[in-house]
Design a protein around this ligand. Structure first.
Ligand code: S3P
Length: 423
């Protein structure tokens, strides 16, 4: 087996976070919302299905959606539980929205989602008079819709999902809500709400204020390519010798672009060609393989690259020296315990990774070599895709258990990667 190179141009699918929010805000707006480049992945389809169950008419034409908004009071009780499948974003954002809808809802999830902490949304929503019951802070969750009141809430962790849950609940409340963030997390909910209803939100520094009572109006949303999906190609092109890859129209929201800063700090050969247009910022990104310096990622950097840590750990194995990741304890409560998964599975490929309670220490610079070819994704899409990129660097066939979990965020990942491979 020879090691291939990667060459060519690729468009990765639409942004997962923005696709969820386009459905949610479109559903509670008045009038039609159109969404182009919607991500048809399992997570976003869980959100779509939930709103259909609550009586929202959504037409799908490939990656294009037309949502007939029902307004803030127009959702209906679902006759069946809402199955959130593997999607933490669907669960937490819907918990917020449904807390203030005057009917009952039940949220379920798969085995992985049912292990993830929901207390982080139940605490602030309960302070707003939300009534929800979950077993030990986990799914399944029953929500008895109630009249909510506003609160002032300081988030204990930088979490866009928790922030967005409170924003959605606050839209139905009887008084204003203010939210303080310890560190800025992705701001897609705030940006989208500003678009659908400029009077509903004010943002000053780290303080977000929601003013309820203003209607949302349907919009046209273009979803940029997901930087978290682009990340796998950015890293692959940087570390597979002889590669050069361009990824088109990638969302470069400053609350999400931490991987770009890391690549620059490492001295990667990266070109950013900005695209001038309204809405979320986008750019074409080109990466060529070349020498890399190690990186140091600290707690304050985490929110802007939280989903990229697994593939950044792989990137670090190719750097000339010791890279460190700290303040990343949130990785332990994602779709898998990502710190353990990365240490153990890249370890099977000979990577020198030490696991800390809140991060990883990665000694780069030695070629990967298979020690155990049976790799496990732990059913986590980002671990599966990281391992598939890693497999390009080894001279032996490996297997990845439960690799079909990639469909959670990127159903065509394997075939897209193959279009770039030149033997
Ligand atoms: C997301 C926020 C992040 C991220 C997740 C998507 C979102 O989670 O890890 O994949 O769309 O709001 P946290 O906000 O819990 O860190």
């Amino acid at each position: 087996m020879t090691i291939p190179t990667l060459q060519g141009t690729i468009q990765v699918p639409g942004d997962k976070s923005i696709s969820h929010r386009a459905i949610i805000f479109g559903a509670i707006a008045e009038g039609k919302t159109t969404v182009s480049n919607f991500l048809r992945s399992n997570d976003c389809l869980a959100t779509l299905q939930a709103f259909r169950q609550m009586g929202v008419h959504i037409e799908e034409e490939g990656k294009h959606l037309i949502i007939d908004g029902v307004g803030m009071q127009g959702l209906k009780e679902s006759q069946e539980p809402l199955n959130m499948q593997n999607s933490g974003t669907s669960t937490r954002l819907l918990a917020g929205l449904l807390a203030g809808q005057l009917f009952d809802s039940q949220l379920l999830g798969d085995a992985s989602l049912s292990k993830r902490p929901m207390g982080r949304v139940i605490t602030p929503l309960s302070q707003m008079n939300g009534r929800m019951m979950a077993t030990d802070g986990h799914l399944p969750m029953v929500i008895n819709g109630e009249v909510l009141h506003g609160i002032h809430y300081r988030l204990p962790i930088a979490s866009a999902q928790v922030k967005s849950a409170i924003i959605l609940a606050a839209l139905t409340a009887q008084s204003d809500t203010t939210i303080e963030e310890p560190l800025p997390s992705r701001d897609h909910s705030e940006k989208m709400l500003k678009l659908f209803s400029p009077e509903s939100i004010d943002k000053k520094n780290h303080l977000i204020t929601i003013h309820p009572g203003h209607p949302l109006t349907g919009q046209q949303i273009e979803v940029p390519a997901d930087i978290s999906s682009a990340a796998f190609f950015l890293v692959a092109a940087a570390i597979v010798p002889g590669s050069e890859v361009t990824i088109e129209r990638v969302g470069l929201n400053p609350t999400r672009d931490g991987i770009i800063r890391v690549l620059q700090e490492m001295g990667a050969d990266l070109t950013i060609e900005g695209i001038d247009q309204p809405g979320e910022p986008m750019a074409n990104l080109t990466v060529k393989a070349g020498p890399l310096k190690p990186f140091h990622i600290k707690e304050a950097d985490i929110p802007a690259l939280v989903d990229e840590i697994p593939v950044l750990a792989l990137l670090a194995t190719a750097a000339d020296g010791v890279s460190t990741i700290s303040g990343a304890q949130e990785l332990r409560v994602k779709e898998s315990d990502r710190l353990t998964a990365i240490r153990s599975e890249l370890g099977k490929l000979g990577a020198a990774i030490e696991e800390k309670p809140d991060g990883l220490i990665i000694t780069g610079g030695r070629p990967l070599q298979v020690q155990n070819a049976a790799l496990d994704s732990f059913g986590d899409h980002r671990i599966a895709m990281t391992l598939q990129v890693a497999s390009l660097l080894v001279d032996q066939t490996v297997t990845i258990k439960d690799a079909d979990c990639m469909a959670v965020s990127y159903p065509t990942f394997t075939s897209d990667l193959h279009t770039l491979i030149k033997e």
